[in-house]
Design a protein around this ligand. Structure first.
Ligand code: GLC
Ligand code: CA
Length: 645
């Protein structure tokens, strides 16, 4: 039941819940030596900018030695910094700078897989009798199918998950690129080696980890074929988050353990508890698990419930799929699939875009906001990272500079008023948008974008007989959804101005900078009170000031309204936060008693709460005002009220 003196999350208070975490994608943050690639010294030189924003923890995407087949998520040596980013001494200096400013530093822990250039894999692939053979997942060719591949699983980056290794005549498993072989977590030596890597960084002073695709480290025993959900495709996704056919039997009774082939599989919780016992419990750490492909909240909750002693929080992915079509929305030539109770859900076409409706988005937000609050479930709240396109282009409106500024600020209001730890991705605080539609595929460098494009191109060449079939729909999708958008060099330094390449580098940037850098850069926003940056600073101050935004219970108001996004956050002590946002291109008139009925449930009417606006993108005049019975919200207006009673 909703009540102004209802439930909240305060019995599970912790410093890291109110942390403001800023994600840096090192390659694109700031280049200090003119080679076109961002580096550790570049980051170290911008710490004041980050601190000034209100950040308390920095998370660095990988900076370890890597051939960069997947931009550093393919690690060749966990204990070395890639020379492109600097040296271990540079890292020590960076850490010192972070700590001197009373911030913390989290590293990316990528241990589902290594690079094929890691010495562990070089040894493992050297012969079948290598002592490290069992560190990876090797299988002999199958004799009962045409191709010999050990199963039909599809790689996240297209094609089979199996790569044949000529010299030893076996296949190895790679859920992502073939240069990212999966480690075999069943092998105890692998786990011990991972614990050692973690201790290496923790002993050096690192404050915690973001754990890459941590829910896929355990695979279903026997690696059974995935059900055919895409009949037109040679390989099938093993990532459906619906129950598999009951005919496949597994030796586990818990429902949680039954459902998946490659994520959330049987031993994952055991492994994470072992990690906790052997490593995490000995250090004061902060941890967040990246947990894709999982929309079932109960499954995800298991990773963070305090009673389980695993991780502090996870990143749910469902919101990131609100604009992703299921297979039926796929381009022609792709298979169809059904979604229904108990049926297997077809693959999502990650790089295609579908129009979403506000009530769909709100439903997803509500589901995760309400999840197991009493038991202590905790999310990392994000709408951007290095795997997602820019939020203002997906969830806001970037059709003019004015709307871009306004809707980016509106998104900030939403973002800072969610239960969960707040993550901000570099450039989000500037309201940066996607690359323009005029960019051709040659400007997109990410392996995911390229492989997807090439796969469809090849299929269309075959089916049409044309050398240059029409790829407009694919480019539309890439334009909206590609990971590349977040990876463009950041126009952020003090230099970062309208100087060539947005001041990111004095050399040639590794990737093209966005066309709009002369207008959209950090230098032009620092010191400008109307900028998106100034608004984010204020929003983060407000977030820190009002505990209700971190711990308060969430109640969605006006759930079916297609323009209005409104909710309350309530504390047991009676504090109420109210967020009212117009998520549309048209003006909305809100009749508070009528449209926001939930606000008055459980006792006092809204006017007794003394709600006062503490954050508004409509400018100074609405801040400080008390809630009126009627309000007129212009497109993307967003306001946050806090009770004073
Ligand atoms: C995670 C990373 C992504 C990477 C993948 C494989 O999803 O965030 O960038 O491609 O894992 O490591
Ligand atoms: Ca550099």
């Amino acid at each position: 039941m909703t009540s102004s003196t209802g439930d909240d999350h305060t019995e599970h208070k912790a410093w890291w819940k109110s942390a403001i975490i800023y994600q840096i994608y090192p390659t694109s943050f700031f280049d200090s030596n003119g080679d076109g690639i961002g580096d550790l010294n570049g980051i170290a030189s911008k710490l004041d900018y980050i601190k000034d924003l209100g950040v308390t923890v920095i998370w660095l995407s990988p900076i370890y030695k890597s051939p960069l087949a997947d931009m550093g998520y393919d690690i060749a040596d966990y204990r070395q910094i890639d020379p492109r980013y600097g040296t271990l001494e540079d890292w020590d200096r960076l850490l010192k700078g972070v700590h001197e400013r009373e911030m913390k530093l989290m590293m990316d822990l990528v241990v589902n897989h290594t690079s094929d250039e890691h010495e562990w894999f070089i040894s493992s692939s050297s012969s079948k009798s290598s002592p490290k053979r069992g560190w990876y997942i090797w299988r002999p060719p199958r004799t009962d199918n045409k191709t010999g591949v050990p199963n039909n699983w599809k790689s996240m980056f297209e094609g089979s998950v199996w790569q044949y290794h000529q010299e030893t005549e076996e296949y190895y498993l790679h859920l992502w690129d073939k240069k990212q072989p999966d480690l075999n977590w069943e092998n105890e030596d692998v786990r011990e080696a991972v614990w050692d890597v973690m201790k290496f960084w923790l002993d050096r002073g690192c404050d915690g980890f973001r754990m890459d695709v941590i829910n896929v480290i355990s695979k279903t025993p026997g690696l059974p074929d995935a059900p055919i959900t895409d009949p037109g495709e040679e390989y099938q996704p093993g990532t459906n988050d619906s129950p598999l056919s009951p005919s496949l039997s597994y030796p586990y009774s818990s429902r949680i353990l039954l459902l998946y082939l490659l994520m959330n599989s049987p031993r994952v919780h055991e492994f994470l508890r072992e990690m906790h016992t052997k490593v995490l419990s000995h250090y004061p750490t902060i941890t967040v698990g990246e947990t894709p492909f999982t929309h079932d909240p109960n499954v995800l909750a298991e990773y963070t419930l305090p009673k389980n002693n695993e991780l502090m929080m996870v990143f749910p992915f469902e919101l990131m799929h609100v604009d992703t079509p299921l297979a039926e929305g796929k381009p022609q030539g792709q298979a169809t699939g059904n979604k229904g109770e108990g049926e297997v859900v077809a693959e999502r076409a990650e790089l295609m875009y579908r129009e979403w409706k506000l009530d769909e988005l709100k439903k997803i937000v509500e589901k995760w906001q309400l999840l197991k609050m009493r038991e202590g479930y905790w999310s990392g709240v994000y709408i951007e990272n290095h795997d997602q396109a820019r939020s203002v282009s997906r969830f806001g409106n970037d059709s003019s500079d004015e709307l871009q500024v306004h809707s980016a600020k509106g998104l900030a209001v939403w973002h800072v008023s969610m239960r969960g730890t707040c993550y901000v991705y570099q450039g989000q605080e500037l309201g940066l948008k996607n690359a323009p539609r005029s960019w051709g595929i040659e400007n997109f460098l990410d392996v995911a974008s390229r492989n997807w494009y090439d796969k469809i191109l090849e299929q269309r060449r075959k089916s049409t007989g044309e050398a240059n079939p029409n790829m407009d729909d694919i480019m539309e999708g890439i334009h909206m959804k590609a990971r590349d958008h977040a990876r463009m060099p950041m126009p952020v330094s003090v230099l970062w101005s309208s100087s060539p390449n947005a001041g990111f580098t004095t050399g040639t940037p590794w990737m093209k900078v966005n066309d709009d850098y002369e207008r959209w850069n950090a230098a032009s926003q620092v010191g400008n009170d109307d900028s998106v940056l100034a608004f984010w600073k204020k929003a983060l101050r407000v977030r820190k000031e009002y505990e209700v935004l971190v711990y308060g219970n969430f109640t969605l108001l006006a759930p079916t309204h297609q323009q209005l996004f409104a909710y309350t956050r309530k504390m047991r002590n009676g504090t109420v936060g109210l967020v009212v946002m117009n998520y549309s291109k048209e003006e909305v008139v809100v009749d508070v008693p009528k449209d926001l009925t939930g606000l008055q449930e459980g006792g006092e009417g809204y006017n007794e709460l003394g709600l006062r606006c503490v954050l508004s993108n409509a400018g100074g005049d609405s801040e400080g005002e008390s809630l009126k019975e009627k309000m007129v919200l212009k497109p993307y207006d967003a306001r946050l009220y806090i009770s004073t009673q």
